[in-house]
Design a protein around this ligand. Structure first.
Ligand SMILES: Cc1cc2nc3c(=O)[nH]c(=O)nc-3n(C[C@H](O)[C@H](O)[C@H](O)COP(=O)(O)OP(=O)(O)OC[C@H]3O[C@@H](n4cnc5c(N)ncnc54)[C@H](O)[C@@H]3O)c2cc1C
Ligand SMILES: *[C@@H]1O[C@H](CO)[C@@H](O)[C@H](O)[C@H]1NC(C)=O
Ligand SMILES: *[C@@H]1O[C@H](CO)[C@@H](O)[C@H](O)[C@H]1NC(C)=O
Ligand SMILES: *[C@@H]1O[C@H](CO)[C@@H](O)[C@H](O)[C@H]1NC(C)=O
Ligand SMILES: *[C@@H]1O[C@H](CO)[C@@H](O)[C@H](O)[C@H]1NC(C)=O
Ligand SMILES: *[C@@H]1O[C@H](CO)[C@@H](O)[C@H](O)[C@H]1NC(C)=O
Ligand SMILES: *[C@@H]1O[C@H](CO)[C@@H](O)[C@H](O)[C@H]1NC(C)=O
Ligand SMILES: *[C@@H]1O[C@H](CO)[C@@H](O)[C@H](O)[C@H]1NC(C)=O
Ligand SMILES: *[C@@H]1O[C@H](CO)[C@@H](O)[C@H](O)[C@H]1NC(C)=O
Ligand SMILES: *[C@@H]1O[C@H](CO)[C@@H](O)[C@H](O)[C@H]1NC(C)=O
Ligand SMILES: *[C@@H]1O[C@H](CO)[C@@H](O)[C@H](O)[C@H]1NC(C)=O
Length: 535
């Protein structure tokens, strides 16, 4: 835990130094880089982790965790400097010098932000890339772990699996998602109906605030600790590390996938699933992925509904349960595979399953995901009628629907019991399932991306009458800049509260209060960061 250790005395000392340097007016011609080197000391020279645009490694460092190739065009704005801190002191120095020189900071952990906000900004900016801060320390005995923000989910899973096959962490299926962004926005995955979201299992954190102070749960206070668990990344400071609660899983779990096309009654089954899945025991994770395919029978276009589930238990328990609750699906033993929990992460995530090493591959790009994409989310509170699905299918049959997908993820279980004010993430009781719409295309098609983007906007507009209303809710970790803007040209508070209420409903008000207390000058900001009052 050495890398995480900062005694309070040294952090106070640092603040004193910070203020001193702030007050002593620096030479007028001091550059941002001069400032950084002045801020570091011999044993932690920051110059080794600073990449300017002149540096031959600059593009590869920048590209390394760009997940959405929509944001790799020559016209995408690039950072002046990338800093890859090795210590919290490098983060402190970067915050201090960025403020002093009027630069914005974008913090990047796994780079999976749907709108690229961790590495793209319209104003001069610096990226703090957490790639070097990715230690994972598992304490099996106490069932807790400290994990640094720059680690990816796969690294956390790998380290847990290395020590125990009956411990797990309730997080997502994509192993390259960063801990920093994931925990900042909520984080759902295979275990969320039993153990809640990832943020429901965070018990401490280490954060560097706008004044360069290194804070833990105790010193930041419960309001700020509440806000960083789900209020969205990039608003309150830079989270260096998180202490998480590990959870128990059985040594054997079961997964299945059942594929049905329209010709195999997919529409009726999808309709039925809406009433069945949210009420399944909390040991289940249940989802449907809808895509357009060519039928293997006659090659004609159809819709494939892929029903997938994982279950914390064996086949003998699972099969009778499904036959009772959802006989129409026709599940039989042969559809099911028993495995360990960590193998279920590989299986449900469609990852190669020969070894666990894939979990450590930070650059793995699933062939199933389009290089460039635009996504949106919705929450469903009342079952959608069959006719509603017919309209979805006809949109998937349009040209731009070829590589698109629509996924449903069943809610219920413990999600119905955790109060919607427990964390900033408000989408709890009353939601049957979540929808994620995804329009995908090849990088070479970026030039015609508007076609795909307008397709998904039409689909979203069509869905309006079937989903949550007033506000129409959305998941912050499925960031969507369409649902309100708060860019440099427009810091209108009224406008921020449009997307703010969609992501956070009434929790938005508390987030604004916290922001006003901890960063009243709005230093940590981006197009959808929490604004302070009247900013
Ligand atoms: C392929 C794919 C699969 C996904 N699967 C799931 C899933 O199963 N479940 C789920 O809940 N979500 C899922 N997501 C969404 C994912 O949780 C979010 O995109 C998340 O924000 C990504 O975190 P990151 O660190 O990789 O992203 P980044 O792009 O690095 O960061 C996202 C945001 O958080 C901020 N941020 C990053 N690090 C820090 C930090 N240390 N301190 C403060 N702010 C920070 C960034 O500035 C940015 O605003 C998926 C996304 C993708 C692309
Ligand atoms: C230099 O930085 C390192 C890393 O943060 C820290 O451990 C050390 O105490 C610092 N030394 C001085 C003299 O400030
Ligand atoms: C690029 O930056 C890195 C990190 O600061 C440094 O180690 C390296 O020497 C630089 N390379 C060049 C060619 O300037
Ligand atoms: C990049 O290199 C050019 C020429 O070598 C130099 O003029 C410029 O100041 C350098 N920029 C930075 C940010 O180091
Ligand atoms: C970074 O990505 C862009 C777009 O894919 C590509 O053009 C460029 O060559 C990449 N640079 C490096 C160093 O990989
Ligand atoms: C745990 O990790 C160590 C070091 O990487 C490795 O040698 C060992 O085989 C792993 N053990 C298990 C059970 O995965
Ligand atoms: C279901 O369909 C998907 C997509 O075509 C395919 O990859 C998968 O193997 C199929 N699974 C089963 C169990 O048929
Ligand atoms: C579709 O459902 C109907 C009844 O709703 C049933 O008669 C028919 O056999 C089903 N078709 C298939 C392929 O399962
Ligand atoms: C489906 O068929 C069409 C035309 O028959 C073809 O162009 C397309 O590539 C096929 N798609 C897939 C995924 O096989
Ligand atoms: C691993 O993948 C292969 C090929 O996809 C599959 O046949 C096998 O059942 C998988 N094993 C597990 C444990 O999921
Ligand atoms: C800013 O927001 C207001 C209120 O929604 C809107 O009328 C105005 O057009 C926006 N301005 C810019 C520059 O986006």
């Amino acid at each position: 835990m050495k890398s995480l250790h900062f005694s309070m005395s040294s952090s106070f000392l640092y603040v004193a130094l910070f203020l001193l340097l702030w007050a002593a007016s620096a030479q007028a011609d001091e550059t941002f880089l001069d400032c950084l080197s002045l801020q570091s000391n011999d044993s932690s020279s920051i110059s080794k982790v600073v990449f300017t645009q002149n540096n031959s490694s600059y593009s590869s460092v920048l590209n390394a965790t760009v997940r959405n190739f929509r944001f790799t065009t020559p016209s995408t704005p690039k950072p002046l400097v990338i800093v890859t801190p090795l210590h919290a002191s490098h983060i402190q120095a970067t915050i201090y010098c960025s403020r002093k020189h009027g630069l914005q900071i974008r913090t990047r952990s796994g780079g999976h932000d749907f709108e690229g906000l961790s590495y793209v900004s319209e104003v001069p900016f610096v990226i703090v890339d957490m790639v070097n801060l990715r230690s994972v320390d598992i304490d099996v005995e106490n069932k807790v772990a400290w994990v640094q923000s720059g680690a990816v989910l796969g690294e956390l899973y790998y380290n847990i699996a290395n020590k125990s096959n009956t411990l797990a962490f309730p997080a997502g299926l994509c192993p390259t998602v960063g801990i920093g962004g994931y925990l900042s926005g909520g984080g759902y995955g295979l275990l969320f109906r039993k153990y809640g979201l990832a943020i429901d299992n965070v018990i401490d954190a280490q954060l560097v605030d706008v004044n360069g102070r290194v804070l833990d749960r105790k010193s930041m206070g419960e309001d700020l600790f509440w806000a960083i668990r789900g209020g969205g990344g990039g608003s309150f400071g830079i989270v260096v590390a998180w202490k998480v609660q590990l959870v128990s899983v059985p040594s054997i779990v079961t997964v299945f996938t059942i594929n049905k096309t329209l010709e195999q009654n997919a529409t009726k089954l999808v309709h039925r699933w809406q009433s069945v899945a949210p009420k399944l025991p909390e040991e289940f994770y249940s989802g449907i992925t809808l895509t357009r395919v060519n039928s293997s029978e006659d090659g004609k276009r159809t819709i494939l509904a892929s029903f997938h589930a994982s279950f914390l238990g064996g086949i003998d328990e699972l099969v009778p349960l499904m036959q009772e609750r959802f006989p129409e699906l026709g599940l039989v033993r042969e559809d099911c595979i028993e495995m360990s929990w960590i193998e279920s992460i590989l299986s449900m995530g469609n990852l190669p399953n020969e070894t666990l090493n894939i979990l450590l591959d930070r650059t793995y790009q699933s062939p199933l995901l389009s290089p460039s994409f635009k996504s949106k989310s919705d929450y469903v509170r009342r079952p959608i009628p069959e006719i509603g699905f017919q309209g979805m299918w006809s949109r998937l049959f349009e040209e731009e629907g070829a590589s698109a997908s629509i996924s449903f993820i069943a809610y219920g279980g413990i999600m119905d019991e955790i109060p919607s004010t427990a964390t900033p993430f408000p989408h709890r009781a009353g939601n049957l399932y979540k929808i994620v719409y995804n329009a995908g295309w090849q990088e070479e098609e970026n030039i015609i991306s508007e076609r795909y983007i307008s397709w998904i906007r039409r689909l979203y507009s069509y869905m309006g009458s079937f989903v949550s209303k007033s506000p129409r809710q959305a998941y912050i970790n499925y960031r969507d800049l369409d649902i309100g803007m708060n860019n440099e040209g427009n810091t209108s508070f009224a406008q921020a509260s449009i997307w703010g209420r969609k992501y956070f409903t009434n929790n938005f008000d508390r987030l604004v209060r916290v922001k006003t207390n901890v960063d009243p000058q709005n230093f940590f900001r981006h197009e959808q960061s929490i604004p302070p009052f009247f900013y």
